[in-house]
Design a protein around this ligand. Structure first.
Ligand code: UDP
Ligand code: MG
Length: 323
């Protein structure tokens, strides 16, 4: 029989507006699941404060005092969504048998957690929350997000379509995750690599309850690039392909010019020359840039810097102490 202590991990960056409501709903959800006997009384919700600039940590501290089912972990500074999530998962791993990760803004339907827990109890190690529609997203968010998945696919980064970071993971799946030591962690690409029995749960993604998205277009693009370069070397292969193509074109050019020369038609072709210089120069710079991206990654990986530092942990045993 598998244990049934559940931790719900919620990364929070400047979320003071939504947190009280999120906490209320998660508290209720935990209670309901406990009453139904599906999860143990040791189950908790863990809010990870990702170096927020607003009063998020104060709110978490207050919530913890009011309701011991709500815990908190305070990161030493802002490390970004993926690292905050990882910090929460790694903290929860030692206390829980299953962990659900969820955004703070209530876009992930809290009620889908029931089905996730059921599937865990039925034997799944990873349960992906897959959104059934994007009706509530703005047109801009929907098209950019779908372009994101398509581009990832095209460039060789396999991910679960329309799955963000709303998922359940068992303890052994988390132990698997802990063995992925990379600094540039792209969770939704790494998790499928862990293996074990998986399942999915469909849910309707709602609108952000309050506050605004912490993923503006700029962050989304860099997140997509991060994903591609973390998961695939296809861009490097594309460069090789491009090199072959340009080489082939240059062979044709040479043949053409030789024929023109032999027929005595060599006119000075300034335009074609200028164009080729720009084209080849551009392609070389682009290729160098792509190679540079991977070099940069190697550089960061070789340093093996810590991915997060937790400065304070709030739960019963550790109330208030420095970690
Ligand atoms: N988040 C975080 N650190 C960051 C940015 C975001 O922990 O640097 C959290 C944020 O609080 C939220 C989740 O990541 O719980 C997803 O962010 P958001 O809802 O803004 O993204 P969107 O749903 O718009 O893609
Ligand atoms: Mg959101």
């Amino acid at each position: 029989m598998r244990g049934n202590t559940l931790y719900i991990v919620v990364p929070c960056y400047n979320e003071e507006e939504v947190l009280p409501e999120t906490a209320r709903r998660l508290g209720e959800k935990l209670k309901a699941l406990m009453t139904a006997g599906k999860i143990s009384p040791q189950s908790r919700a863990l809010f990870v404060n990702d170096g927020s600039k607003d009063r998020t940590w104060e709110v978490i501290t207050r919530l913890h005092k009011e309701n011991p089912l709500l815990c908190g972990a305070d990161l030493s500074r802002n490390r970004g969504h993926q690292n905050a999530l990882l910090a929460g998962l790694m903290t929860a791993k030692d206390k829980a048998d299953m962990v659900i990760s969820m955004d703070a803004d209530l876009q992930d339907d809290v009620d889908a957690a029931d089905a996730m827990v059921d599937k865990y109890l039925a034997g799944a190690d990873i349960v992906y929350g897959v959104r059934s529609s994007r009706k509530t997203d703005t047109f801009f968010k929907r098209t950019t997000a779908e372009a994101f998945y398509r581009m990832m696919d095209l460039l060789g980064a396999e991910t679960v379509f329309n799955h963000a970071d709303y998922r359940l993971m068992s303890r052994r799946a988390l132990e698997g995750l802990a063995q992925f030591q990379e600094v540039n962690l792209f969770l939704r690409g790494i998790v499928p690599m862990i293996g074990y029995p998986t399942d999915t749960v469909e849910y309707e993604r709602g609108e952000r309850f309050a506050g605004e998205s912490k993923y503006p277009l700029k962050k989304m693009i860099s997140f997509a690039l991060e994903g591609v370069t973390s998961l695939s070397v296809k861009p490097l292969r594309l460069i090789t392909g491009l090199g072959f193509l340009v080489f082939f074109v240059s062979l044709i050019m040479i043949a053409y010019n030789v024929v023109r020369w032999a027929t005595g038609n060599t006119v000075t072709g300034w335009a074609s020359l200028a164009c080729s210089v720009w084209l080849i120069g551009g392609l070389i710079l682009l290729s160098l840039g792509v190679i540079g991206e991977y070099m940069g990654k190697l550089y960061l990986e070789s340093k093996g810097r810590p991915r997060f530092i937790i400065q304070q942990l709030l739960d019963e045993e550790h109330s208030g102490d420095q970690q």
